[in-house]
Design a protein around this ligand. Sequence first.
Ligand code: MG
Length: 224
Amino acid sequence: MRSHGLNPRSSLPAAWTSAPPSDAVVLFREPEDIDNWKNGQEWKVEDGNLVVGDGSIFSKETFGDCQLHVEWSSPVEKQGRRKSQALGNSGIFLMGIYEFQVLNSYQNPTYFDGQAGAIYKQVPPAVNAMRPPGQWNSYDIFWTAPRFDDDGELLSPAYITALHNGVLIQNHFEVKGDTPYTRPPSYKAHAPRGPIKLQDHRSPVRFRNIWVRDYQSAQVKQPN
Ligand code: MG
């Protein structure tokens, strides 16, 4: 496995947007939607976009199994001033715990499982589908929450499938646990629902058009 650098590039994908369907919970579309976030007052809204500010923010609404759409844009910075994890770093934490990485991975090598579209420190994206800084990227994330029994033992892990600009970059990946920088991942029992967290990693990443759909499989009765 590659230890550094960037994954093979998927042919540069088009911008990919998607209006929220009728059953979506909209977390950010309009400036006043900043009220949907704890600590939102510490971030800015500029040109209708949500810009990373002081401290991470958490959706007030919580989610378990879900479909999440997020659009984001890496800041345009002077060449060479910052690199690797310091360049356009943010993150989308499912249930407030499991980080799906946001980074400027356009021309910015970093460790393989720290790129945009990585489950941080667990798995890189299958391909690099990043658009240049200043342009918009989209993530569509399909999340299966982990299950725990009453004693806090893991019954089933989390799974993630994800598209980056419409390109499949994670396909039913079994999440190994939480996503810290300093130690291997592990699971610790938590509530069946949790917030979406957007990370402050001291980089003015912009976000727009964030919405979530709770997901529940159809209940099908097989005929006898
Ligand atoms: Mg991050």
